[in-house]
Design a protein. Structure first.
Length: 142
């Protein structure tokens, strides 16, 4: 494999991580206890303050997550198609699609959502980081 193919594989991994982040942030956002977050924010927990900002900006948060999810999923499937056609040719695209669908479903949907739903500390980290993306997308909108 040459450097270009390694760069594509690295980009695939980064897109998969980005999709996993969006999925885990979505379920963390929808399942987190706002009362518990407010109590932590009252105790001066910086992550809780950022998570509270996210929960108070529901529309912006959901929009940001959907944009991120679409970008990562479309990018991942497009790149898989490009790699498969380059290595094996067009007839094998269907196999690449099936395999990539399974990979995305398992590693960027099911596992991250399961973990985020059962782990409050992780949910606070994810949601506090999401506040940065909300601000970036709000600025980019103008």
């Amino acid at each position: 494999m040459d450097d270009d193919e390694w760069a594509k594989i690295l980009l695939l991994i980064l897109l998969l991580i980005g999709a996993a982040y969006c999925a885990s942030a979505e379920i963390a956002f929808l399942s987190i206890s706002i009362i518990r977050v407010k109590n932590l924010a009252d105790e001066s927990d910086k992550r809780a303050n950022k998570a509270l900002y996210v929960t108070e900006n529901f529309d912006k948060a959901i929009t940001t997550l959907l944009i991120g999810n679409n970008i990562t999923h479309i990018g991942f499937s497009s790149l898989v198609t490009l790699i498969v056609t380059h290595i094996w040719g067009t007839p094998y695209v269907k196999y690449g699609t099936v395999i990539s669908t399974f990979i995305v479903f398992l590693f960027s949907e099911m596992l991250p959502k399961s973990y985020a739903k059962s782990n409050l500390d992780y949910a606070l980290k994810v949601l506090s980081f999401l506040s940065v993306f909300i601000i970036i997308f709000s600025i980019a909108k103008y």
